[in-house]
Design a protein around this ligand. Structure first.
Ligand code: ASP
Length: 732
């Protein structure tokens, strides 16, 4: 090994440097790291955090909707999540006349809380390792297909058993590529009402410019309430429901945080890929991220400009824009981070060491899997690129086409006949009329056409003739992409809300024929057919093979590198990460301090700039330094802080807790230099960003006048530690 290799190797495997705070731990294994956490400042036991039989912290942690976290902060069902997690709901209730996105919203009594059909709040009842029972169902010598069949059947059995007579939901989830299986039993509440959101100039302060950035000054929170049946269990939304009575409520610390304080985060991180093979990372950095960044840069240029030009478009596109730009900016950071950390090289070095160790251990089976992975990945880039291109162009790009495809059944004689036979034709027409109204509420055909035109040249440039649709006919008919797009948007019925509604209202064979010939639907069909016949089967087969090999590879890593901390990748299941309140060294010559305060908000204030407006009331409170009981001891008003907790998307809205399990902040982001942590965590750089809980309370109470909500919460303030006489200042 060269000196250079030795250093890289040391950096990669040193338990001190590389696993200081890495890890998203399953609550069921906390017992094994309890001592380490306690040594760092945890005052609770693993059982206080996660217990099946007794109330524990886990009972205050909520999977909010499908992809965020929330936490219970009052005995009457109040939950706290991010503004960007509640954003869809807030946007749904917004109109130009009643703009909740811009002005915020606060229910001054419970009758004003706003219902959100489709939104759910899920609590974990228990998690049980069922690996043995799952794997016990797989017949000896079964191939992968037989294995999957056996596992699915056993999984269904376990789920049925767990749900029977309980009213609970259950699912069996695979971890570590199927080395481990966990049964997760949960309780899902579906009456989740919006209670409050700060004005956009607080909840989304800094906008896209500050997103993924430190220093940060965003009050990224919103408040909801879970309503339930009077007897306690979940119930469909109904006026007779009552505020939910939780099993655990997080106390809120009013003491603030200091650098070096122990901190932990409990929530539902979405997705990490820490075990990826070097070839996969090579694809991400060389092709995947750059392509997706380029496609989104093109669409965002159009959408951002349109949103700035009109309030109507701003509201219509707010939620969609957020989704597109969030990942776009994250990938830029990720790409830079992976390149700076030389992740591909490091992975190769790891694989080389793996070979050496597997050989030394006489584990031919573990050794062979690396060759299998190499061979499988040989066919990967072309297919992955075709998939990414399709996703960005069709599923994330111009909306008209995927909207049109939803009418496929009404556009074909067979589809229509099938519906008629089932007696469901009218019902389906009605459903699509409602869906179309919802779609058109947030759709602007002129903007959509410009998105298409911005992305189309990039799409064509990267289209692989072997894996993409045949667009020859279209090329022959139109002189260029613009001429084609103009024609599509001028003639497609799907771009015209009134015409579509009228056609559906009088749905007939004639309408069916018209829909079938529609240019948007025709193009959508061409794209999806090409994808389903050429890309998806290849991509599924490759992924399947990768999965099988990764299962062995990860088992190999665990066996051959016992000194490394092993934890399964995040997969939207409940996890805990721990670390400290601390700043970082994002790159050479740069340090990030861990705290920001309200003076920093005012430094960024730029009147007239939508991203950096500051509401008048907040400016007033800043000017008079009227921070109520929420200020720091030195009189400044805290806003955000960073900590070394390993987080990812899905941790948005997660509670950040002190060693006593009291709420000190609400997580909402990572710094830009941290975003590669989904693939490689770097303890010197990776920091999560939270809004200080005292800022949240200050905004609710002092800025927005909703102090009645703070009354519901349990605020704790510890008496100052006894001061010894010697420490007292002399003049006292
Ligand atoms: N802001 C992030 C998100 O969009 C949270 C994170 O990934 O750290 O989910």
């Amino acid at each position: 090994m060269s000196r250079h290799q030795k250093i890289a190797f040391f950096l990669l495997f040193s338990p001190v440097l590389s696993s200081a705070h890495e890890g998203m731990w399953l609550p069921t294994v906390l017992g094994s790291i309890q001592d380490r956490m306690q040594a760092e400042g945890l005052r609770l036991t693993a059982d206080d955090i996660y217990s099946v039989n007794n109330g524990s912290l886990k009972d205050a942690i909520v999977l909010f909707g499908g992809g965020c976290t929330a936490e219970v902060i009052s005995a009457e069902g109040l939950i706290l999540t991010n503004h960007h997690c509640g954003f869809g709901a807030i946007q749904e209730h917004s109109t130009v006349e009643r703009d909740l996105l811009k002005d915020g919203f606060w229910a001054m009594d419970r009758s004003q809380e706003l219902q959100n059909p489709g939104l759910s709040a899920t609590f974990i009842i228990r998690m049980e390792d069922v690996t043995e029972r799952m794997l016990g169902s797989v017949p000896a010598g079964a191939d992968e297909a037989a294995r999957q069949m056996a596992l699915t059947a056993r999984g269904q059995e376990l789920v049925r058993e767990a749900m029977s007579g309980t009213g609970h939901q259950a699912v069996v989830r695979a971890f570590n590529y199927g080395l481990q299986y966990i049964l997760i039993v949960s309780e899902v509440f579906r009456d989740v009402r919006l209670v409050g959101a700060p004005p956009g100039a607080i909840g989304n302060f800094g906008g896209d410019t500050d997103n993924w950035m430190w220093p940060r000054h965003t009050g990224d929170f919103s408040v909801f309430r879970i309503w339930a049946d009077a007897e306690g269990p979940p119930a469909e939304p109904s006026p007779s429901n009552v505020p939910f009575r939780p099993r655990h409520v997080l106390p809120i610390s009013m003491d603030g945080v200091k650098e070096g304080d122990f901190a932990m985060i409990f929530g539902f991180p979405g997705n990490t890929q820490r075990y990826l093979h070097s070839r996969a990372v090579e694809y991400i950095t060389g092709t995947g991220d750059p392509l997706r960044i380029r496609m989104r840069r093109a669409s965002l240029a159009v959408i951002d400009e349109a949103m700035l030009a009109s309030d109507r478009t701003r509201i219509q596109y707010a939620d969609k824009q957020k989704g597109i730009s969030n990942a776009y900016k994250k990938w830029i950071g990720e790409l830079r981070g992976l390149n700076e950390l030389r992740t591909v090289d490091r992975k190769r070095e790891l694989e080389a060491e793996y070979r050496i160790r597997a050989q030394a251990a006489g584990r031919g089976d573990l050794l062979a899997v690396l060759d299998s992975l190499e061979a499988t990945y040989a066919g990967f880039p072309a297919v992955a690129k075709a998939r990414d291109l399709h996703v960005e162009f069709y599923l994330v790009g111009a909306e008209l086409f995927r909207f049109a495809l939803g009418f496929q059944q009404l556009a074909s004689p067979e589809g229509r006949a099938a519906l008629e036979q089932e007696g469901k034709l009218q019902q389906e027409v009605g459903r699509l009329r409602t869906a179309a109204k919802a779609f058109h509420k947030d759709f602007d055909a002129a903007v959509d056409k410009r998105v298409l035109l911005a992305q189309y040249p990039i799409y064509r440039e990267h289209l692989d003739p072997l894996l993409g649709p045949d667009l020859g006919a279209l090329d022959k008919q139109f002189k260029d992409g613009r001429a084609w797009a103009e024609q599509v948007y001028a003639t497609s019925i799907f771009a015209d809300a009134d015409a579509l509604d009228a056609a559906l209202a009088g749905y007939s064979t004639k309408v069916m024929r018209r829909l079938a010939k529609d240019p948007a639907l025709t193009f959508a069909r061409t794209l999806t057919e090409a994808f389903t016949t050429k890309v998806k089967p290849r991509s599924d087969a490759l992924n399947q093979r990768v999965l099988v090999h990764m299962r062995t590879y990860v088992a190999g890593l665990m066996a051959l590198f016992p000194e490394r901390g092993h934890w399964p990748d995040a997969n939207s299941t409940l996890r805990l990460s721990f670390g400290k309140v601390e700043g970082s060294r994002p790159r050479d010559g740069m340090t990030y301090e861990p705290f920001t305060d309200l003076d920093g908000v005012m430094e960024k204030y730029r009147p007239g700039d939508a991203e950096f407006e500051v509401p008048g009331r907040l400016r007033e409170l800043h000017a008079t330094r009227d921070f109520g009981p929420y200020a720091n001891a030195d009189g400044t008003m805290p806003v955000c802080f960073t900590s070394s907790l390993h987080t990812t998307g899905g941790n948005s809205g997660s509670p950040v807790l002190n060693g006593r399990g009291e709420l000190i902040g609400i997580n909402f982001d990572r710094s830009w230099e941290s975003t590669m942590s989904d693939i490689q965590f770097d303890p010197a750089k990776c920091r999560n960003i939270s809004a200080d809980i005292r800022y949240v309370l200050f905004v609710i109470d002092k800025v927005c006048g909703a102090g009645h909500l703070v009354q519901e919460m349990k605020l704790v303030r510890r008496p100052a530690a006894p001061v010894s006489l010697i420490d007292l200042p002399i003049h006292r």
